[in-house]
Ligand binder design. Structure first.
Ligand code: ATP
Ligand code: MG
Length: 422
């Protein structure tokens, strides 16, 4: 019979790999808590309308990347392609944005029907950060410092650079859009096919076309930064001054635009050249109009999303994962003869006394030799051995498996002390 496989672009995370994820997730969660950010959780499935109204009808995500289907009631639902829209929906629904500021984070799977390749999957994972009720630019600087710290504490600082831009107000963007379309419209035949299509639907996205001819053409094109409204320009200048003062290096990338409609003013990406084409490990920006767009009161907001697959790939590439993460246990308990019940009791006593020790008890019987083989394979540092003699003498054998030290018979009363010394 043909075995059933996972869906293309959706990955299993096996035990040897999940430890790296746990490390990254724990590190990031710890930093977020130190900054006073609180976790929020919301469903993976939302009404399709939520994403259409927030991300925008003519974005890549909504046009061709969403997992959308009718549920059994005939209602159109969508597997979340990102977290910001859901986060705003949840905050609004529960009154979290009424007369208060929020600093929130979440993590979990996102779904986009993209062409699977290294660093790009159909189910991927993000840690997202969203803040509400602060006009900035101080909060803009804070979340950039926060993202910088995450990358620094994970040890990847040297491999990433921060790019920032200002997308201006929606009026400024509209005026700029006209200027850009006028310029590119006259040179339409020189654009790549994708960009030609975007000229009508979403011309700003042409700015981040990867096509070399299009890029060359854009060298002479009008610049968004030259079309900024005064408020956005002032905001951007203040943000840059704060980053300078805090010693966070950045480059202004005037062509940085985000693929989602709700961004305005500050936009940023942390990029690396170590992962090929999928080089953006963290991306975000300000979205001051989104809450209102989804039916709430006007509420300034800024946030970012970090791609966990790309982060883990980068940590592996740079070999900056801590050693020993893939060692699952410290102790392996072997019981020869009919002593499984006794072994389980001993194991519980050790766990009570030394709660941080990772101890596995051999289950399933077998000869002493085969149990010791399992102990060796388990990667534990030490085996505990229980036999008839040990039970009779109220002892346990402690056998170091890696250090080459000799095994010793230890009185049960001395066992915890002995293990502490090891
Ligand atoms: P890209 O330009 O790489 O397509 P994006 O602009 O679509 O990214 P965002 O929607 O801003 O990405 O998502 C934030 C982050 O989530 C990205 O920077 C990336 O790290 C990660 N990400 C986005 N799409 C995927 C995917 N299909 N597979 C893995 N990670 C992804
Ligand atoms: Mg994308």
């Amino acid at each position: 019979m043909k075995k059933i496989q996972a869906i293309r672009g959706m990955n299993d995370l096996l035990p040897g790999e999940s430890v790296y994820w746990q490390y990254v997730e724990a590190t990031v969660a710890d930093i977020l808590q130190r900054y006073g950010y609180q976790e929020i959780r919301f469903p993976i499935l939302e009404t399709t309308e939520l994403f259409k109204r927030s991300i925008g009808e003519v974005t890549d995500i909504v046009e061709k990347e969403m997992y959308t289907f009718d549920d059994r009631n005939g209602d159109s639902v969508t597997l979340r392609p990102e977290g910001t829209a859901s986060c705003v929906r949840a905050c609004e629904q529960h009154g979290l944005l009424y007369n208060q500021v929020q600093r929130l984070w979440y993590q979990g799977p996102m779904f986009r029907y993209e062409r699977p390749q290294k660093g790009r999957y159909r189910q991927f994972h993000q840690i997202g950060v969203e803040t509400f009720g602060m006009l900035g630019p101080d909060i803009d600087a804070e979340i950039l410092l926060l993202s910088a710290r995450i990358l620094r504490e994970l040890g990847v600082s040297d491999a990433v650079t921060l790019q920032i831009n200002s997308l201006g107000s929606s009026e400024a963007r509209a005026a700029y859009r006209d200027a850009l379309v006028a310029f590119l419209g006259e040179r339409k035949d020189q654009l790549d096919a994708d960009s030609q299509r975007r000229l009508d639907s979403n011309p700003l996205r042409i700015l981040d076309s990867k096509d070399p001819n299009t890029q060359a053409l854009l060298d002479g094109a009008p610049m968004l930064l030259d079309h900024l409204d005064d408020e956005s320009r002032e905001h951007f200048e203040q943000l840059k001054a704060m980053l300078d003062a805090a010693g966070v290096p950045y480059t202004v990338n005037p062509r940085l635009v985000r693929g989602l409609d709700y961004y305005g003013k500050t936009a940023f990406e942390w990029v690396t050249d170590k992962l090929g084409a999928q080089g953006t490990v963290c991306a975000g920006g300000r979205y001051d109009t989104l809450v209102e767009q989804l039916g709430g009161k006007p509420t300034p907001a800024i946030g970012f999303g970090m791609g966990l697959e790309r982060l883990v790939l980068l940590l592996k590439e740079l070999e900056c994962l801590p050693e020993g993460l893939d060692q699952p246990i410290d102790l392996y308990l072997v019981a020869v003869g009919d002593l499984q019940g006794q072994a389980l009791i001993l194991a519980e006593q050790v766990r009570e006394a030394l709660p941080h020790l990772r101890l596995q008890t051999h289950c399933g019987g077998g000869s002493f030799k085969s149990q010791m083989k399992k102990a060796d394979k388990s990667q534990a540092d030490v085996a505990l051995i229980l036999g008839e003699d040990e039970i009779k003498n109220n002892q346990v054998i402690v056998k170091p498996l890696r250090s080459g030290e000799a095994q010793q018979s230890v009185a049960r009363a001395q066992l915890i002390e002995t293990l502490k010394e090891l």
